[in-house]
Write a protein that binds this ligand. Structure first.
Ligand code: MG
Length: 245
């Protein structure tokens, strides 16, 4: 069931989103050649604590870290640890924060030092596809309009969208109804004021198929090519989509 949020609930999520955006800005500046992915997880914990939010992912269905850190061919759910980021890597940081009982969820992909033209293009297209999807997220449009915009944006630029993982509603639970696919599966639900949605295209240089790492968490591209991920939490308002984070 899709949960419609009150203005008061959206206001809490707006506050939570502002904090999460600031944390992601801080994390972005930490991404440098030579840093361990586990250090980014520590920064996530410290910044969350300092700013009065709880990292949403820690222990979510048993996830062992505060932050998802996915490098190069890792798409999502990478576990931070001893891996050292190298010049030319790309790293996706996916973070959730909880404030006063409500979650927000966002992701960015960042280049480590100088990156290839291909990696740069992938990041630009993934972020652009998220924007094109959000532009469709207006009251009384269909979820399928978001999916279609993202898929068309990505595929017309020669990349592919991951199909096994989707965006989602967000609120009191980190993952709520409805799913927001990044490819067309039908019209889906009608968008209504008060819906809060995490829209999150995962885009691959090569084929869209995925595989699961031995740790049973990290999702990788099946063909070993690069992948990028951007995510915003938005609220449907009378005036279109409001980006909460
Ligand atoms: Mg999400």
């Amino acid at each position: 069931m899709v949960i419609i949020k009150s203005d008061e609930e959206i206001a809490i999520m707006r506050k939570c989103g502002k904090i999460l955006a600031a944390i992601l800005d801080k994390l972005r500046t930490e991404v440098q050649p030579g840093i361990k992915t586990g250090q980014l997880d520590i920064v996530m914990a410290e910044e969350s604590n300092k700013r009065g939010v709880i990292p949403s992912f820690k222990n979510y269905r048993g996830f062992p870290a505060n932050l998802c850190v996915s490098v190069n061919d890792e798409i999502v759910h990478g576990i931070p640890g001893e891996r050292v980021l190298q010049e030319g890597d790309i790293v996706s940081l996916d973070a959730g924060a909880k404030l006063n009982g409500f979650h927000t969820d966002a992701a960015i992909t960042v280049g480590v030092g100088r990156i290839s033209k291909e990696a740069e293009g992938l990041i630009t297209v993934t972020e652009g596809s998220l924007k094109s999807g959000i532009a469709q997220a207006i009251n009384e449009a269909w979820i399928g309009d978001i999916s279609s915009a993202i898929q068309h944006y990505v595929e017309s630029r020669g990349f592919s969208v991951v199909r096994e993982y989707t965006g989602h509603g967000v609120g009191r639970d980190l993952h709520e109804e409805p799913p927001i696919p990044n490819f067309v599966v039908g019209k889906g639900l009608l968008l209504r004021k008060g819906m809060a949605l995490a829209i999150e295209p995962m885009v691959n240089v090569g084929d869209w198929h995925t595989k699961l790492a031995a740790n049973q968490w990290t999702v990788l591209t099946a063909d070993g090519n690069l992948s990028a991920h951007f995510e915003h939490t938005i609220a449907i308002t009378d005036n279109g989509a409001e980006i909460l984070v």
